[in-house]
Ligand binder design. Sequence first.
Ligand SMILES: NC(=O)c1ccc[n+]([C@@H]2O[C@H](COP(=O)([O-])OP(=O)(O)OC[C@H]3O[C@@H](n4cnc5c(N)ncnc54)[C@H](O)[C@@H]3O)[C@@H](O)[C@H]2O)c1
Length: 352
Amino acid sequence: MSIYREAYSGKRVLVTGGAGAIGSNLCRELAGLGAQVLILDDLSSGFLWNVPKCANVEFVEGDILDEVKLKRVFFDHPQIVFHLAGFFANQNSVDHPERDLLVNGMGTLRVLEYSLLSGAERFVFASSSSTVYGGDAPLPTTEDYVSLRLTTPYQATKMLGELYCNFFFHHYGLKTVKTRFFNNFGPGEVPGRYRNVIPNFIYRALKGLPLTITGSGEETRDFTYVSDTVDALLRSGIFEAAVGQEFNVASGKETSIGQLALAINDLTGNSAGIQYVGRRKWDNKSRRWGSTKRASDLLGFNAKISFSSGLQQTISVFRDHWEEINASADFGGAIPISQSQEAVMVSASAAD
Ligand SMILES: NC(=O)c1ccc[n+]([C@@H]2O[C@H](COP(=O)([O-])OP(=O)(O)OC[C@H]3O[C@@H](n4cnc5c(N)ncnc54)[C@H](O)[C@@H]3O)[C@@H](O)[C@H]2O)c1
């Protein structure tokens, strides 16, 4: 960690989306390293209680599309920008395609423009494995594979964000890095109708409800614990080899959704079991498994936290913060109980 302290101590760092699942963990780590952290977040899917309360973390509530707020956070010329604010994720974009385009498309362009104009030394972009690789990628998927068979607005706009990063790097020399997250999980993520499978399963398990799998349960994902995701981001923010590149931020291991559900029911003592409903229309990824070779070769990144230990830590934080999590969970009304409601409202086997 000492190389990080040297690199980040005293640095002005802007984190858009810093109240979110990954951003809040990143800000906590940056604050511990002595960086001056500024967060811009409109709290549309993040939570104030998630933001670290430290003297060197400043929170600005606002939209990345709001020029006044952008001027405010770029006034101090942040040296490193982590652009994590995003309209999350596939199902949300299917329901709200215009907002998705505004936030992930225009919002990313604006943050890039301000980063360039204010002289940022580095711009790290939160991209997604579900985006660039579509549903038919060879396994383990390497960064060179690109699919044009993208089927949701979120996939299209995250891809757009990557392409704008390329544009700013090649045309203006802004040092951009694209990090492609594979199913991040861990403390900081609050369950909800647009959230990933792990927080939603844990939430249901702690309520004694059956875990709903939208598919067969044989689908796999590459679950990456949040401290590993943060580690990859920190490396992307400082290492010269990262510039202009795209990296898988993955554990390099596959886990099936069926295995995941069994493990969560077991760890929480939930006896309500598992139920199956149909896949969502856009969810065409049966397996997801990322190659970690490039991140390992160029950044020295290798995920350290095992799936089972990450899961146990996540469940333990859920129990410790149950009141806040339960109050913040957004399922757009009552928690769905019946199977027909489940199919619409629970983000289960597919994750983003
Ligand atoms: N969690 C994953 O598995 C995963 C996978 C792939 C990509 N990503 C990407 O990584 C980033 C962080 O993901 P996360 O899991 O922390 O999601 P998150 O929803 O918890 O965090 C996103 C944050 O951005 C904020 N935000 C959204 N729109 C905004 C706007 N217009 N202006 C300002 N703030 C805004 C939200 O309030 C939230 O705090 C996102 O861009 C997401 O698309 C996440």
